[in-house]
Design a protein around this ligand. Structure first.
Ligand code: FAQ
Length: 311
């Protein structure tokens, strides 16, 4: 790629200009955006499953309505981000195919089970909380369609986080058994939520370039630390204990120190060997197969319309 074009591209980024679909961009910029955005879209789609598990069993009609709305929001987020990704020259069919054949990654967090109602609270509080921490800076991402799609998504995620925290509040103030249920859900989701931010900075192969291109505005470790610092007081307010014996406030740094993340577990989960990877992928394959008749009908309808127009 010509050096002048590369230099001009970087200068535009440095001036905080947004890059738009028809603009010239380095192939590697296009590639890394397709990678990150499609993984993000797949995460929103697969992310419906852990919570979808509780829609039929939500403890009241009101809870069921809220959860349905939240899960539908996640479907919507997936669709906006797929559309934004298509502006980079890939098709939705290609992206779907990569997900269903297991080639594409999606967030590690959605490979964990949600065995109790409290997990729905923990997912909203911690998973959506982590998602917001990561996605608010993406509203300033250098690629225009991605940045714009994030604005509405972040507003919706913020409602999701609050509904999760509210579920946790009710359980934590409830009976001893309810509080225990909330604590167990926190124990299950704390470490996986920290892993959502990705590998530590020293192992993050894309961070340096993505920061230079202002696709990312903070490193993985920076965002993880912000999340911990924001979340520990919330756990204290609930009267719940974060399952990390090494967690303590550090006066000097003005941050919480924390224990080591189990990176082997992270690697296992992204390689497909987490507790629910196979189940999640199978659920998406089934949904796709069951939707075959809709795609067929839409195609036949389109052909008829074309014929009528031609006649
Ligand atoms: N899981 O070099 P880096 C949501 C991969 S929120 C799986 O650091 P990068 C909302 C990474 O892709 C969740 N894979 O990569 C919701 C790369 O693999 P590759 C979705 C991970 O891109 C809530 C390799 O490791 N959010 O869905 C993970 O600079 C509730 C090396 O990593 C987003 O996707 C992981 N946790 O930084 C929905 C946000 N972490 O491609 C339903 C947008 C890393 O070389 C219910 N994405 N990997 O094969 C990002 O901000 C970035 O892509 C990072 C990773 C920060 C995730």
């Amino acid at each position: 790629e010509p050096a002048e074009l590369m230099a001009e591209f970087q200068a535009r980024i440095d001036r905080e200009e947004k890059i738009e679909p028809r603009d010239w961009m380095p192939e590697a910029y296009r590639k890394t955006l397709i990678r990150q955005m499609s993984q993000h879209a797949h995460s929103e789609i697969v992310g419906q499953l852990p919570e979808g598990n509780w829609i039929t069993r939500a403890p009241s009609l009101k809870r069921k309505m809220i959860l349905l709305a939240k899960v539908q929001d996640e479907a919507g987020h997936g669709l906006y981000i797929y559309s934004a990704t298509e502006t980079l020259g890939v098709t939705r069919d290609q992206l779907t195919d990569e997900l269903l054949t297991g080639k594409a990654k999606y967030s590690s967090i959605f490979n964990y089970p949600t065995p109790s109602w409290a997990d729905i609270g923990a997912v909203g509080w911690l998973v959506d909380g982590a998602a917001i921490m990561n996605q608010v800076p993406l509203c300033r991402s250098s690629y225009g369609p991605y940045a714009r799609s994030m604005i509405r998504i972040c507003k919706e995620e913020s409602f999701h986080q609050r509904q999760g925290y509210e579920i946790m509040t009710v359980l934590a103030r409830g009976t001893a058994a309810q509080k225990d249920m909330a604590q167990r859900a926190l124990n299950r989701f704390w470490w996986p939520a920290l892993m959502m931010f990705g590998p530590s900075d020293k192992d993050s192969k894309h961070s340096e370039q993505s920061m230079k291109w202002k696709i990312k505005r903070f490193t993985n470790d920076e965002l993880r630390q912000k999340f911990i610092d924001a979340t520990v007081p919330q756990a204290e307010h609930l009267g719940l204990t974060i399952p990390d014996p090494e967690l303590r406030w550090n006066e000097e740094t003005g941050q919480y120190d924390h224990g080591e993340i189990n990176w082997q577990e992270f690697i296992d989960v992204i390689k497909g060997n987490g507790p629910c990877n196979k189940e999640r992928l199978q659920a998406r394959i089934n949904a796709h197969e069951e939707g075959e008749w809709v795609r067929e009908a839409a195609e036949v309808y389109q052909q008829k319309q074309n014929q009528e127009e031609a006649a």
